[in-house]
Unconditional design. Structure first.
Lengths: 218, 245, 230
């Protein structure tokens, strides 16, 4: 049996690409959750509300320090017991999104802390309302600074989507597994899956590195 | 206009201002001088509500600043006060125009056109009308500070706080800013409270000079008297050290 | 709550593999991180090139893919089947070693050039320069991000459940959930605690190392930069 069968490889490519679309969908949706929720966490934490801050801190630390797979399993098995039934796809998006929101919230916090205190004071001197201080002065300065770090996390998320095969999501690696189990040839499916990841994430990481170099210069 | 009554301010265990009483009349120009850490900047920061008093009270125009009944009342009082900072603190994510219309449109409720025309007039006043669409980073320090002054004036304040506004500037740019401030002093009836090391400016510009040390007012006199015949020994040593340069 | 002893026992059975995978992964990571990190600084382009391929290859692909590939595909190619735990440690090490290589490379490059020149002026050999002057100073910059990397590695050991390694997560998923469904919240609660404790243990050791490394330079420890996305 040849090690690599090009005909077989090409024949399974369409199915793998289709599953890759699912992977990308999950990445995009998960990123939206992570980027928005993380910002919410960061802004709330900055307000330093007595009890809420501690609870949020504990939640962020726990989610950040424990495996994503365990959190996904938790959502998958525990939510039905609360009467909440969600598809594996949605659980995957939520699990990924919330997990990475804990990372992005730290990134946002660092960016916000980097905005000079004088900016806050000048905004106060103009009596700008609190919401405007955030939207007009602080965030426009904080977020561009941390875009590279956020970009890297989006790429990391993309690479962690295959974890969701553990709850049955048909992303690209799971598709490879299904194809392989039907034909008992795993070399082509898994190799192609690996190459597909590389083809998407490597250029993306180069882009992020370029962004990083540019933002260091300004 | 401004009344400090028994004000005390502590940072942790350090007492920065103790039992401070003074009054500033409307339209008066008062300069605060004294060594670093003597509490001068803290007074400005208290007026700007960047800090809160630990004891005593502050009133501006008859209304309480330190003990305002609610956020709305506090905002109404604070709006009468403007501040220009040592580090300019212009918003780098906006153009000069953006910086100038921000307060008037968001807080004073001016329309975009009204705010724009006010901005244009003020930039004309500070001599930077042609830079209205520039970014702060494209301006020199002196120019940025003049924009900062225009930005504060755009709010039509009754009180203007100047916190060492020329200390961060190259020496050759200082004169321009000080000249602008002198003009403002003569043409408007804004009450000025300045912290500065520029003794020449203090002498020309102020109606009154207050010498601070250790959180207390050591001496309070018109500049002619304080600079030529200071009564207190501490004032004498301070002036001797400063005027030597 | 009455099932707690059994839950603890079953999860406890998974602990050895979790710990073994973590420690094995860390050892391999350190070896590869320093090895590849130094190779990335080699004056020879081809050496840097090959190392770069390793680093970008493992950083650019999914850990699950790497795991499946080494466990399912490699045996077909080389005719040798790795035991799941060993395959897992290999992937953990290769993957995190690639990230570690960048950390090491960055830290070494951040040592001021003047140090390198001073060492040359003292006629130290390249190996002595690295060992006695550059690395001790780079170490202070390496340890905090390495702490984050190792905790990432600990979290990644859970993925080994997907290739049948009986570590903590697999024990929870395969043994406890089917048999103790009513205790779902309790089970996961304990699992979270286990990982938190292990993570805290790693951080404790790393903080001691940071203090030791900084002490050798007469300095206080450095805090890790949260903007350094691993």
């Amino acid at each position: 049996m040849p090690l690599w069968d090009w005909d077989y490889a090409f024949s399974i490519l369409p199915d793998l690409l289709l599953a890759l679309v699912t992977t990308i969908e999950i990445t995009v949706l998960g990123s939206v959750v992570a980027l928005l929720l993380g910002l919410v966490f960061a802004v709330i934490r900055r307000a330093r509300i007595p009890v809420l801050d501690q609870i949020l801190w504990a939640f962020i630390e726990i989610v950040r320090s424990t495996p994503l797979l365990v959190q996904v399993f938790f959502l998958f098995f525990a939510l039905p017991r609360l009467g909440i039934t969600l598809s594996a796809f949605v659980i995957g998006v939520v699990g990924l999104g919330v997990h990475y929101a804990t990372y992005t919230s730290e990134v946002y916090r660092a960016g916000i802390d980097a905005v000079p205190k004088g900016q806050w004071e000048a905004a106060a001197a103009l009596s700008l309302p609190r919401s405007r201080v955030w939207t007009g002065v602080v965030l426009p300065q904080a977020i561009p600074r941390v875009l590279p770090a956020l970009g890297n996390y989006v790429i990391s998320m993309f690479k962690e989507v295959p974890l969701l095969l553990a709850i049955g999501v048909v992303e690209v690696v799971n598709a490879g597994r299904e194809i392989g189990s039907a034909t008992f040839r795993y070399v082509e499916p898994y190799t192609i899956a690996g190459v597909l990841f590389l083809l998407l994430s490597y250029p993306a990481s180069l882009l992020v590195r370029r962004l990083e170099r540019r933002s260091v210069r300004t | 206009m401004i009344v400090f009554d028994g004000v005390e301010k502590r940072f942790g265990s350090t007492v920065v201002l103790r039992d401070l009483d003074f009054t500033v009349a409307p339209g008066e120009h008062v300069t605060l001088i004294g060594p670093s850490g003597s509490g001068k900047t803290t007074i400005l920061r208290l007026l700007m509500t960047l800090e809160k008093v630990n004891a005593g009270s502050i009133t501006v125009g008859g209304d309480s600043l330190s003990h305002a009944p609610n956020e709305k009342a506090l905002s109404a009082v604070r709006r009468r006060i403007g501040m220009v900072f040592q580090q300019f603190n212009l918003f780098p994510n906006m153009t000069v125009r953006g910086n100038l219309v921000e307060g008037p449109t968001r807080v004073l409720g001016l329309s975009k056109d009204e705010a724009d025309s006010r901005a244009a007039d003020l930039l004309e006043l500070v001599g930077l009308a042609d830079r209205i669409d520039a970014h702060p980073t494209q301006l020199s320090g002196g120019q940025q500070q003049r924009v900062a002054i225009a930005r504060a004036l755009a709010m039509r304040p009754s009180v203007l706080l100047l916190d060492e506004v020329t200390s961060a500037l190259d020496p050759e740019l200082v004169a321009g800013v000080l000249a602008l401030l002198r003009d403002l002093g003569e043409t408007t009836d804004i009450t000025f409270l300045c912290v500065t090391h520029e003794m020449g400016f203090a002498r020309d510009f102020s109606h009154r000079v207050m010498m601070f040390d250790g959180g207390r007012v050591i001496e309070d006199a018109p500049p002619e008297r304080l600079f030529t015949a200071p009564e207190h020994e501490r004032t004498q040593t301070f002036l001797q050290a400063v005027l030597r340069h | 709550m009455s099932d707690l002893p059994q839950i603890l026992s079953v999860l406890g059975d998974g602990l050895p593999d979790t710990i073994l995978a973590t420690l094995g992964g860390i050892v391999l990571t350190v070896v590869l991180a320093f090895g590849a990190g130094l190779l990335l600084l080699s004056p020879r382009t081809w050496v840097r090139g090959i190392t770069r391929v390793y680093v970008e290859g493992f950083r650019g692909t999914s850990e699950v893919v790497q795991l499946f590939w080494i466990y399912f595909v490699l045996p077909v190619i080389v005719g040798y089947q790795l035991v799941p735990l060993v395959a897992g440690i290999a992937v953990l090490g290769l993957n995190h070693g690639a990230y570690g290589a960048e950390i090491v490379r960055g830290a070494i490059r951040s040592v001021p050039r003047a140090q390198y020149e001073g060492a040359v002026a003292l006629n130290l050999s390249p190996a002595q320069r690295m060992r006695r002057v550059i690395l001790p100073q780079a170490l202070v910059e390496i340890l905090p991000p390495l702490n984050n990397l190792f905790i990432q590695l600990l979290k990644s050991t859970a993925v080994l459940a997907l290739i049948t390694v009986p570590e903590v997560t697999r024990q929870a998923r395969e043994v406890l959930i089917p048999n103790f469904g009513d205790d779902t919240f309790l089970i996961f609660g304990v699992v979270f605690v286990i990982y938190l404790v292990l993570a805290a243990a790693i951080t404790l050791v790393m903080r001691l190392l940071e203090r030791w490394a900084a002490g050798r330079l007469g300095r206080r420890p450095v805090k890790a930069d949260p903007l350094e996305a691993v």
